[in-house]
Design a protein around this ligand. Structure first.
Ligand code: NAD
Ligand code: TYD
Length: 354
């Protein structure tokens, strides 16, 4: 069976990608390489725990010997690289972890993949792809009247997270230009949807609202983010992997700019409808708190290259995606409970290979 190798496939977007991938008929097998940091959750992969096409390996991407052994055993036709430290607030507290995984880890992965790729047969070498999943945050912050980020926007990262992702993007680009590795880079807007760890805005607000806790809005709450439903991001990655041009970068976004406070209020209103409190609205739990240091004011993504070249556009509107997301959290209280209690870290599923 042919395989793809996915890094970070127990995280939020990676797990959604693996689940969506294996739902396709005739999908290649997936070698899922994840260190299982606090953000990795094997419970998100329960639906494929008994699927022989899914091989899970608890491996750090910095461990070149282990990654090389997996490449040799499974001979993947592509690598899709999600693994990263991904939360801005944590990067402010512990930037070193971000340099280690996002910069050093991506470099080590590139070294292992290049060695593997260079000795493939010519047709396999031509067909091979290394797809690096990155963020719009590498482009910095926009003023209210600025045009959305395009692929030509200048890199101006402001947080340790975005700076470490920018560095990794540059290494990936360099491996294409210097060694000819067939890479693809995606820079995506903020994602939301099922299986998101409740440290990011939307997942945190839903879980805190249901727990009766305050909903902390940073600063004035008027920062703007461009939101994309995770399933649409996964579909874009599949398209780019199949038909993207090696060496190119693609912006991925939902054309969905929203003010944070509006997002939080919309979530409260959905919860008022779907799981009403005994009295009053969830909006009464909103609490303005100190702003994040160096808080980027606005992100917005121009995804027209992806639409023009590959015909991709998001299937969900913000309203439909948000409703699906709230419904998912309401229908999966066990997943939420295990994440909030930390129990998910003790769970070892079946098909635990390495
Ligand atoms: P996440 O934090 O939910 O998951 C990251 C996964 O990577 C976890 O399973 C973790 O265990 C794993 N990991 C971390 N360090 C590792 C290491 N050294 N070796 C192997 N595995 C390791 O992140 P996410 O939100 O799913 O984001 C995935 C990717 O998409 C990241 O590269 C991120 O920068 C990018 N991205 C995220 C968003 C977003 O809104 N979440 C938007 C654009 C781009
Ligand atoms: P986040 O989900 O952390 O993503 P990013 O910082 O990568 O965009 O935050 C999204 C926005 O929501 C950001 O402007 C910070 C804000 N925010 C809050 O106001 N309160 C919160 O509790 C969190 C987690 C985020």
């Amino acid at each position: 069976m042919s395989h793809i190798l996915v890094t970070g496939g127990a995280g939020f977007i990676g797990a959604n990608f693996v689940l969506d991938w294996l739902r396709q008929e005739d999908a290649d097998g997936v070698v899922n390489v994840d260190k299982l940091t606090y953000a990795g959750n094997r419970k998100s992969l329960t639906a494929v725990a008994l699927d022989a096409r899914h091989v899970f390996s608890q491996t750090d991407i910095c461990d070149s010997a282990a990654v090389t052994a997996l490449l040799k055993s499974y001979r993947p036709r592509a690598v899709v690289h999600f693994a990263a430290e991904s939360h801005v607030d944590r990067s402010i507290l512990s930037p070193g972890d971000f340099v280690q995984t996002n910069v050093v880890g991506t470099f080590r992965l590139l070294e292992s993949v290049l060695d593997y790729w260079q000795v493939l047969d010519a047709p396999e070498r031509t067909a091979f792809r290394f797809l690096h999943v990155s963020t719009d945050e590498v482009f910095g912050s926009l003023a209210p009247a600025d045009m959305p980020f395009t692929e030509a926007s200048r890199y101006q990262p402001n947080s340790p997270y975005s700076a470490s992702k920018a560095a990794s993007d540059h290494m990936v680009r360099a491996y294409h230009h210097t060694y000819g590795l067939p890479v693809l880079i995606t820079n995506c807007a903020n994602n939301y949807g099922p299986f998101q760890f409740p440290e990011k805005l939307i997942a945190r607000m839903i879980t805190s609202a249901l727990a009766g806790e305050p909903l902390p809005v940073y600063g004035d709450g008027f920062q703007v983010r461009d939101w994309l439903y995770v399933g649409d991001h996964c579909a874009a990655i599949r398209e780019i992997l199949a038909r993207g041009r090696p060496g190119e970068t693609y912006n991925v976004g939902g054309w969905n700019e929203k003010i944070n406070l509006e997002v939080v209020q919309a979530l409260c209103d959905l919860l008022d409808e779907l799981r009403p409190r005994t009295s009053g609205s969830y909006r009464s739990q909103i609490a303005f708190v100190d702003d994040r240091p160096g808080h980027d004011r606005r992100y917005a993504v121009d995804a027209s290259k992806l639409a023009r070249e590959l015909g991709w556009k998001p299937a969900e509107t913000f309203e439909s995606g948000l409703r699906k997301t709230v419904q998912w959290y309401l229908q999966n209280p066990e997943w939420v409970k295990d994440v909030l209690s930390g129990e998910y870290r003790n769970w070892v599923g079946k098909q635990y290979v390495e």
